[in-house]
Write a protein that binds this ligand. Structure first.
Ligand SMILES: C[S@@+](CC[C@H](N)C(=O)[O-])C[C@H]1O[C@@H](n2cnc3c(N)ncnc32)[C@H](O)[C@@H]1O
Length: 280
């Protein structure tokens, strides 16, 4: 496995994923009862923007760096930027970008718990050292699909699973479909947020169509692209499939996608949507 998230930290796809992640956690925070956050592909937790690979790829420059001023930001974006600045800004400069475990722990309460799975030894070692002081967090160096199925339902009964694989394996979408189908039978009331890339080809649409025929209800699709969907080459955008989204998530995110599209995409290119692929 060659994937290193440091090359991509803070890019447009991370921005979308992390805005939605915080919106979902804030919905869970509305009730006092504890919840469990499960991050199946957690990464290393924090990404110094001065690191050689992050600088070389420079993807954060077309992502977080373009929106950090937050001018006219709708509430869900303003919330995300407040958390990003609290963790990453020193002397008015963004010096590090937080990954999903760090962002989640920043907004979770004392009574909540984070289960973080990361397969690569170097990444999970870095993650352990970044969260070791936090008694709410447990790091598992293991396959995220296996960890998820072994650990649900959590004792808290309510919570969120973030599934954010690197999509390096050709069968990643098929594996996701199997894992999600099994997970939903073991923990039908969990919230599941699955990130996916939108690239040339129909892989993402095929995945959504197959998921829509599984019998799983309440599937919400959130997508933001910066280019034409069918442009050959790299990443044209990304999406999140949210199963069992909290009530009023769409209202919470209202305005965020047009704002991100305007700020992150080339004029006249790309698109955004929030729509149900399987309704209530
Ligand atoms: C896209 S990155 C995760 C980024 C992170 N969720 C965030 O938002 O900051 C994907 C991570 O999955 C890890 N990974 C790859 N295959 C895995 C597997 N089978 N199980 C768990 N982690 C895996 C990679 O090492 C990489 O760190």
């Amino acid at each position: 496995m060659n994937y290193r998230h440091a090359y991509h930290a803070g890019n447009g796809a991370d921005v979308l994923k992390h805005v939605v992640l915080l919106a979902l956690l804030d919905h869970l925070n509305r009730k006092d009862a504890p919840y469990c956050f499960i991050d199946t592909h957690a990464g290393r937790g924090i990404y110094p923007l001065g690191a050689a690979e992050t600088q070389r790829a420079g993807e954060f420059r077309s992502g977080i760096a373009k929106i950090l001023d937050g001018q006219d930001a709708p509430p869900a974006i303003a919330r995300y930027l407040e958390v990003i600045r609290g963790i990453g800004v020193e002397d008015n400069v963004l010096v590090r970008y937080p990954g999903s475990p760090t962002l989640a722990l920043a907004v979770m309460r004392d009574q909540d718990r984070a289960v973080l799975a990361e397969l690569q030894h170097a990444e999970s070692t870095a993650l352990k050292s970044s969260v070791y002081r936090d008694r709410r967090a447990q790091v598992h160096e293991r396959d995220g699909h296996e960890a998820l199925l072994a650990l649900i339902p959590p004792k808290e009964k309510r919570g969120l699973v973030l599934v954010d694989p690197p999509y390096e394996q050709p069968d990643e979408f098929e594996r996701l479909e199997q894992t999600l189908s099994t997970a939903l039978t073991r923990w039908p009331t969990g919230i599941y947020a699955v990130w996916y890339p939108i690239k040339h080809g129909e892989a993402a649409n095929r995945f959504l169509n197959r998921m829509a025929t599984t019998g799983i209800r309440r599937q919400l699709v959130i997508e933001l692209t910066h280019e034409r969907d069918d442009l050959p080459g790299g990443l044209n955008g990304s999406g999140l499939l949210i199963i069992n989204p909290p009530y009023q998530l769409e209202e919470t995110l209202a305005g965020s996608l047009p704002w991100l599209h305007f700020r992150l995409s080339q004029p006249g290119r790309g698109r955004h949507r929030i729509s149900w692929s399987v309704p209530e």
